[in-house]
Design a protein around this ligand. Structure first.
Ligand SMILES: C[S@@+](CC[C@H](N)C(=O)[O-])C[C@H]1O[C@@H](n2cnc3c(N)ncnc32)[C@H](O)[C@@H]1O
Length: 215
């Protein structure tokens, strides 16, 4: 089930700002060189993430799930001049290519790229973040939310990707659903029930939730 018709998606793209030439190159190469290129944020989500970052002007950003670095670069676009983005990726094979892209985008000095399991790395960072982007393995979304709440400033924001999971979150309970769908549904319920946050789900691409830690 696709949540947005292809024609509407095309119209949205035509009526949104373009990504920089470096980001367009990263997207092209991601489609040519990786097995699951659809994981990349791409133009619309990238421009949205960039705008959120520009509105918040964060000093410390955490990204869980670097992939080919597209969203990391978008997130740096609104970061304070002396800010730093920490991004975590479990797949070591992406490391050299991502560094090359960060250099080409002129943001290598603004990004600390960690290689390893985010569940192990986040508790060791010792930083209070202003903005966190959760975009890694769906099965651990609830754990990422708990870890994020522990290292997030009061008033800070968490942005979460794929919360509609191709529309599978609304499949009838009688249908057999896969473990990622179960995990996303559990995550969505957990956020909705958490009185420490304000949250809004946005039907952008595969669904994004914007969460603010209010206490
Ligand atoms: C959807 S992609 C990220 C896309 C990227 N944020 C973007 O928008 O271009 C998810 C990434 O999370 C990584 N990942 C999966 N499990 C992880 C874990 N436990 N720790 C860190 N990274 C993980 C995957 O290898 C994959 O590259």
């Amino acid at each position: 089930m696709s949540i947005i018709e292809a024609e509407i998606e095309k119209y949205i793209a035509q009526h949104s700002s373009s990504a920089s030439s470096v980001l367009q190159k990263i997207e092209r190469e991601t489609y040519l060189k990786t097995i699951y290129p659809r994981m990349i944020s791409g133009q619309i989500q990238g421009r949205f993430i960039s705008m959120i970052s520009n509105m918040l002007k964060p000093l410390h950003i955490l990204e869980i799930g670097t992939f080919t670095g597209y969203s990391a670069i978008c997130l740096t676009e609104g970061m304070k001049e002396n800010g730093q983005l920490h991004t975590i990726e479990i797949n070591e094979e992406l490391k050299d290519q991502n560094l090359k892209y960060f250099k080409e985008a002129g943001v290598a000095d603004k990004i600390t790229a960690h290689i390893g399991n985010a569940l192990d790395i986040i508790p060791k960072l010792g930083i209070q973040f202003d903005l966190i982007f959760i975009d890694a393995d769906k099965i651990n979304y609830c754990k990422y939310f708990d870890l994020s709440m522990n290292c997030m400033k009061k008033g800070g924001f968490i942005l979460v990707d794929n919360v509609l999971w191709n529309g599978k979150v609304v499949l009838s309970p009688s249908k057999k659903i896969d473990k990622d769908t179960v995990a996303i549904k559990e995550f969505n319920e957990k956020v909705q029930d958490d009185e420490r946050v304000e949250n809004v789900m946005i039907p952008l691409r595969d669904g994004m939730t914007l969460i603010q830690k209010i206490c």
